[in-house]
Design a protein around this ligand. Sequence first.
Ligand SMILES: [Zn+2]
Length: 301
Amino acid sequence: VDLRKEARELMKGAIDIHTHTAPSMFNRPYHDFDLASLALKAGYRAVLLKAHESTSVFRAQLTQRHLENGIDVFGGLVLNAFVGGFNPYAVDLSAKLGAKMIWMPTITSQHHYDFYGAPQYGSMKSDSAPLSPKKGLTILDEDSKIKDSVLEVLQIIAEHDICLGTGHLSNPEIMILCDKAIELGVKKIAVTHADFELIALPLEDQISLAQKGVYIEKSLLPMMPMWHSITPKETADSIRSIGASQCVLETDFGQIHHPDHIQGMELFVVTLLEVGITPEEIRKMLVENPQRLMGVYEGPE
Ligand SMILES: [Zn+2]
């Protein structure tokens, strides 16, 4: 069997919900337009642009219009210090402009600081490091209660029925956040690259979240040599324990030491097939589930 050909077939209709592109404070080898045209050629349904720096809804709209291509280019908003952290005004505006995902803080979260010591990490160094707060962002106040501003953000996400991403929060924050979001009526939640070294959410927690309807991002990046947080076999085992119906495959690509996002996804799919994940499971995680999270699923219930 030609596994690469099979992978390319399975990628038709896919949405990569975790991609990084230029322009960015980090060195990104592919521009928004590059990614979108490669995704179009590969038969993707859409891509979601994730930017640590700001909202990506404007660039997503420009990219989609520029290519006039019939695939959707989605944007979202990461709640880093650069947009004022848990800023309901930024969330509301992005939501009204079509944001598909609101992420909790990433490189300016307290947990990111605790783990990496700075907003930069690994080989992700910026030539012009932005001014960042001394203390990172956390969803909890001094009494370990969720901050009012976070509740406001969750309410806006629920109202617009868009997806909540957990960003670079700590494990306890992720668990508290997901429960509160569900309680407030958020229907779409994705745990951002759950196996990445910085998150490494224990499998039993991934399973318990999945049982509550939360989707777990299974990411290619944590298996790559520069990050090596998990092996392909461990990834496959975790998918089987959680159930493919609650997992989403994404690349998190856009680093100078990786090939492009589409080649990455092919590598990811071939690898998973080789360690025994079935084509049906791949389709669920790569096409159906991300389409549900992006609100564009049209298949059978
Ligand atoms: Zn990312």
